[in-house]
Ligand binder design. Sequence first.
Ligand code: SF4
Length: 341
Amino acid sequence: MHALGALDLRFARESLSELAMESEPAILSLAQSELQDWFAEKGESRYRSEQVLRWIYRKRVERFDQMRNLPESLRASLETSFALRSLQCVRQTGSKDTTRKFLFSLPDQNLVESVLIPASPALYGSSSDRRTLCISTQVGCAYGCKFCASGLNGWTRDLRAGEIVEQIIQVEAITGEKINNLVFMGMGEPLANFSNVMRAIEIINAPWGIGIGARHITVSTSGLVPRIRQLAEHPLQVRLAISLHGATDTVRNQIMPINRKYNLASLIEACVYFTEKKKQRLTFEYILIESVNDQIEQAIALGALAVRLKAKVNLIPYNRVEGLSWKRPSFSRQHVLDPAR
Ligand code: SF4
């Protein structure tokens, strides 16, 4: 989490004044059964919904009038009832071999970012076709982690399911590349927008939808304990990453206000529940911040938590955020904490 800074937001808003507000609901938010119901109300067969879903998710048309095997009256009816595209890419940075960032404007002129991350040859080999997209789930964030750009301006609104799904469709259209791995680690706390995120995941996973396997979808959280338990009950085998960033209550309280509501013990208990229920390993994300969480004692405590949960640990040197004073530790310090570096 979460790279979109306040300056980026201001810069892009200035160029968006002419964008119209969208009023129709996004068809990308709908489950197959809901589209079937919509057609049934119009006296149409369920086959129509299959045709429409094929146009949307297989052929990736951008307008209803491109759905050539539908009668004109139905296309017109779809057009007045739904929006097929809601996001507009207003800026891209990076290149094919590096991390690429896509800044999207929403119909209400708010902005969110998606980040395409190529496979690391060191981890996956030089021939890996793994393409990971990191997507956003909210405009801003209410959780106010002290090191994070996304929380700087607070929370504005939750993304709707279609706005989450469309980030994948847009990035695939822009790059011509197929996304086969998804991480919910962009702007926002995914589990705070639980119903929209779960609806989006069902559409992303569905064979009639985008078709990404549940085990290739990772949801991250800063520690919303009741929602972790709720996710554990969900039948899809999505993966879980915990944005830990501190291995004791003292450190987490200092940088992550959520820890005052759900302390480390209750978070770890929920993690145990998740791993036992899902029979899978989770990941601890740990951003290394100089003199905050980079002490040997933190490394030892982190190691103990990871061993207890058989968790993977992902150590990430801090990326500076304009307006914040936190720094990444020196390379040698990172090396002491993680000899693999
Ligand atoms: S939960 Fe914390 S780290 Fe995640 S987006 Fe919100 S403020 Fe940032």
